[in-house]
Design a protein around this ligand. Structure first.
Ligand code: UD1
Ligand code: UDP
Length: 384
């Protein structure tokens, strides 16, 4: 019996967090696996798929400049749904909290196709933060029948929402699998590391790199401006150099280009491919970000993270001491970053903390749980 799976991917972080799962499924004879891309993202998705050696069987090519949440949701429900109708897989696997993950889950649910959710159970408890992701992941939890929780806290959050315990599996986060596999291969990726060297000016011996990323929708109303002002203030120090791969969303581009372009100690660069980004993460001193995935990767190599959000669904990092939630208040960002730059002991405390998000074996566990669910219950659709 072969279990016919569709792995759904829409954006850059979904591709990063799903490629270890896809590789593990492909290596396992019990599965017939297809990757279907909604392409909610285009360029940023394609570069990860290239590195991972994945060619989607189906590509809906949905991304449009200025796309709205409605555009993505209706596009995925209609087009992903049509493909499900034709191909009738035994299960759909989605990841995280994007609009792709939610809409693909709904399309599968409407056809009574079971849904497995990778990175299930992250919650802030505030439906508006992150927006719309907190709602997306809660909606996926209602629709899915297999929930892969990265941490004990995520497991408990699902239990608190009455998800049966035997449908939740504690696996770790696949982002750590992805990160470790790329980090181990960094010496082979000469071009990627050379790309970083080309993009940055020669740094003074005293200059430390601050890696900055920002893209959250709830930061569009003023947060982006405050983050930009904080970056400009930090870059007044001659012992730092800020590298900022700017998300292609025009809301981010416009603010950051208007406020930070041309600064001698800030490099505004296009989004980096995954390998050069990981290389840069290994080279930087500290990270300022509102990204989910970056919060989870940085502790694997001891890089302190200042999370520029008011809430986090990843409090494990804060509790483990790898991250500080600083919000988007300019003074607070500058104060906390300056402390880490000036206070060696404070820096080392954060740098030595362990990564609470995973051990690099999440994908293997997920694959075993999917197999068990179908073997134990042949009534779940499976082809002979
Ligand atoms: C989406 C996800 C967010 C995730 C983020 C990861 C939703 C609602 N949001 O937000 O949860 O954290 O991806 O980055 O699902 N664009 C390009 N090229 C690309 C990708 C995006 O040009 O490869 C531009 C396009 O103009 C696009 C815009 O960015 O319209 C916004 O993309 P969208 O996926 O709607 O939102 P993100 O902010 O990327
Ligand atoms: N990333 C990348 N290039 C960049 C910035 C980030 O490859 O220029 C990777 C990063 O390693 C992480 C992921 O993108 O794994 C995070 O994606 P993003 O911040 O867009 O989304 P989120 O994780 O917040 O949903």
């Amino acid at each position: 019996m072969t279990i016919k799976l569709v792995v759904c991917i829409g954006t850059r972080p979904e591709a990063i967090k799903m490629f270890p799962v896809v590789h593990a499924l492909e290596a396992d004879g019990r599965f017939n696996v297809e990757v279907w891309a909604t392409a909610q993202h285009r360029g940023m998705l394609d570069q990860v798929l290239r590195v991972a050696g994945i060619t989607p069987t189906v590509d809906l090519d949905l991304m449009r400049a200025g796309q709205t949440l409605t555009d993505i949701t209706t596009g995925v429900i209609a087009r992903f749904g049509e493909m499900l109708e034709t191909r009738q897989p035994d299960r759909v696997i989605v990841q995280g909290d994007t609009t792709t993950a939610f809409a693909a889950s709904l399309a599968a649910f409407y056809r009574k196709i079971p849904v497995g959710h990778v990175e299930a159970g992250l919650r802030t408890g505030n439906i508006h933060s992150p927006w719309p992701e907190e709602a997306n992941r809660k909606l996926v939890a209602v629709l899915a029948d297999l929930h892969f929780a990265p941490t004990k806290r995520a497991f408990d959050a699902l239990r608190a929402e009455s998800v049966p315990a035997d449908r939740i599996h504690l696996t770790g986060n696949t982002v750590v699998d992805a990160f470790l596999s790329i980090k181990a291969r960094l010496p082979q990726f000469h071009e990627a590391t050379a790309e970083i060297a080309q993009r940055l000016p020669p740094l003074g011996s005293n200059q430390r790199i601050i890696l900055l990323t920002s893209h959250r929708r709830e930061n569009f109303a003023g947060g982006m401006e405050r983050i930009a002002t904080a970056a400009a203030r930090l870059a007044m120090r001659d012992d730092v150099f800020i590298v900022f791969p700017v998300h292609p969303n025009p809301h981010v581009q416009d603010v950051m280009n208007a406020r930070l372009a041309g600064h001698p100690r800030i490099a505004l660069i296009p989004p980096l491919d995954y390998v050069p980004f990981i290389y840069l993460l290994t080279r930087c001193h500290l990270v300022l970000t509102d990204s989910g995935g970056v919060q989870e990767e940085a502790p694997s190599i001891g890089k302190p993270v200042l999370v520029m959000r008011d809430t986090t669904e990843r409090p494990e990092g804060v509790e483990a001491g790898t991250a500080i939630l600083v919000g988007t208040d300019t003074d607070r960002i500058v104060r906390e970053a300056s402390r880490l730059l000036d206070d060696e002991a404070a820096y080392m405390r954060m740098s030595r903390a362990h990564n609470p998000f995973g051990d690099g074996h999440a994908a293997e566990r997920i694959v075993e749980h999917i197999a068990s669910a179908h073997m134990a219950k042949p009534s779940i659709r499976a082809v002979s």
